[in-house]
Design a protein around this ligand. Structure first.
Ligand SMILES: Cc1ncc(COP(=O)(O)O)c(C=O)c1O
Length: 412
């Protein structure tokens, strides 16, 4: 069974009354169950080495210090953290995130910082506010599957921007903007999901110049910045063109994805609309979770804890790169990220990683077939995304070896 078959095989509950034909909105047809969710279901079967998911390692969560954080939040804010709160976010956390962002060159006042229920909510709210059916948005190729899922219900047309080992090629962005009116450009400049690529400084400068020249909006999605294992941090594109850029971040990778905490800074006109949209979505993000996060960052816990997350993931990335080098057959290439959670591998023309997925599962190893990260049908069938954050080094080596033997048999 291919992944497409897994996807369509009984994904949606059946409707014997045929009511769905009458009541579903036309835009609902643009939604499809996230391929990753379907893969994860299969990949989480016992005994399978899953290089498929995008989960942080449970060992990375600051569980031991949670009682202290919760006690601190209760002592400082009392009953207020169980109450409804402002849509824009819990004021002490907005203040704290403004300081956190300042360290990455995003200089904003606390009034300019909005807290969201994960950066996934920022993706949805931006799409809700900006996309009318048929509007064009420009995305990297490949791009984050969750962004495609967030955008699709608003019925955009995608302009896929050509990318190489250094991320999006600025000239293709310039060309696209000369050819089309584009509502916004969506980029993940650091350790991109799925490719692991990072856009170098010269390209960031070129991209900032281009978006300024065309007066277009850029959505800079930056969930992985803190997870850098080698090299130096690069300036955000926001810091190069603040008037044109929405900069979104998250605490999912450095605190907990389950707490659902994200944030963004955007030009004032856009910020106001997103806040209105958020009001309709969830009124506000959990007050309790925001207060705990505030303790975590403002109390200096994040600064102390982050090195242990980096120390956990660095050898996992190395194990994956070393194993690919040792075991993968000729004809394959892969990204060499300096951070994040993913490595992207490409095989020879004709390889179909979607077709091979079921065989990989039989051999007890899972990955995500790359085609799901492309907005142009038929692209990326010879690619795959490999996650290293949630698997120990020994299992990574075993998983890559299993995968390598399957790939070698297929391409012979
Ligand atoms: C590029 C990218 N953007 C956004 C998200 C959503 O993150 P969250 O909603 O947990 O903040 C993810 C999650 O993996 C991601 O990889």
């Amino acid at each position: 069974m291919t992944l497409s078959e897994i996807e369509t095989g009984g994904r949606m509950p059946s409707d014997t009354s045929n009511l769905s034909g009458k009541v579903l909105a036309t835009r609902t047809k643009g939604m499809s169950a996230s391929a990753i969710r379907e893969i994860l279901k299969v990949a989480s079967q016992p005994g399978i080495i899953s290089l498929a998911g995008g989960l942080p390692a449970p060992e990375s969560f600051p569980v031991a210090i949670m009682p202290e954080l919760v006690a601190g939040a209760l002592e400082k804010y009392g009953a207020a953290i169980f109450q409804y709160g402002p849509t824009e976010g819990f004021p002490p956390l907005r203040e704290t995130i403004a300081g956190y962002l300042d360290e990455r060159g995003v200089t904003a006042s606390s009034d300019e910082v909005i807290i969201t229920t994960g950066s996934q909510q920022t993706l949805d709210a931006v799409a809700k506010v900006l996309i009318s059916p048929g509007d064009r948005i420009a995305v990297e190729s490949p791009t984050y599957l969750g962004a495609i899922s967030a955008f699709n219900p608003y019925e955009p047309r995608y302009v896929a921007l050509e990318s190489d080992d250094h991320g999006v090629i600025p000239e293709t962005l310039d060309r696209a903007l000369r050819k089309h009116f584009i509502k916004f450009v969506y980029l993940i400049p650091n350790f991109q999901n799925p490719s692991g690529r990072t856009i170098p400084l010269e390209r960031r400068i070129a991209i900032a110049d281009i978006v300024r020249k065309h007066n277009v909006l850029l959505f800079e999605d930056d969930p992985y910045r803190a997870l850098r294992y080698e090299g130096d941090h690069l300036p955000t594109i926001w810091s190069l063109a603040p008037e044109q850029v929405l900069h979104a971040g998250t605490l999912s990778k450095v605190l907990s994805p389950g707490m659902r905490l994200g944030f963004f800074v955007a030009p004032a006109w856009l910020r106001r609309w997103i806040v209105l949209a958020k009001q309709g979505i969830d009124l506000h993000t959990s007050s309790l979770d925001q207060a705990i996060a505030c303790e975590y960052i403002a109390g200096g816990y994040l600064k102390r804890h982050l090195p242990s997350i980096v120390k956990l993931y660095r050898p996992r990335l190395k194990a994956m790169l070393d194993s690919l080098q040792e075991f993968f057959p000729a004809g394959f290439s892969w990204s060499r990220p300096e951070g994040g959670m993913f490595v992207w591998a490409s095989g020879p023309e004709g390889l179909d990683t979607d077709k091979l997925y079921a065989k990989a599962i039989e051999r007890k190893v899972a990955y995500v077939p790359g085609q799901y990260f492309f907005t142009t049908p038929g692209e990326g069938s010879n690619t795959m995304r490999l996650n290293f954050s949630n698997v120990d080094e020994e299992s990574i080596a075993r998983g890559i070896k299993l995968l390598a033997s399957l790939m070698a048999e297929d391409i012979c």
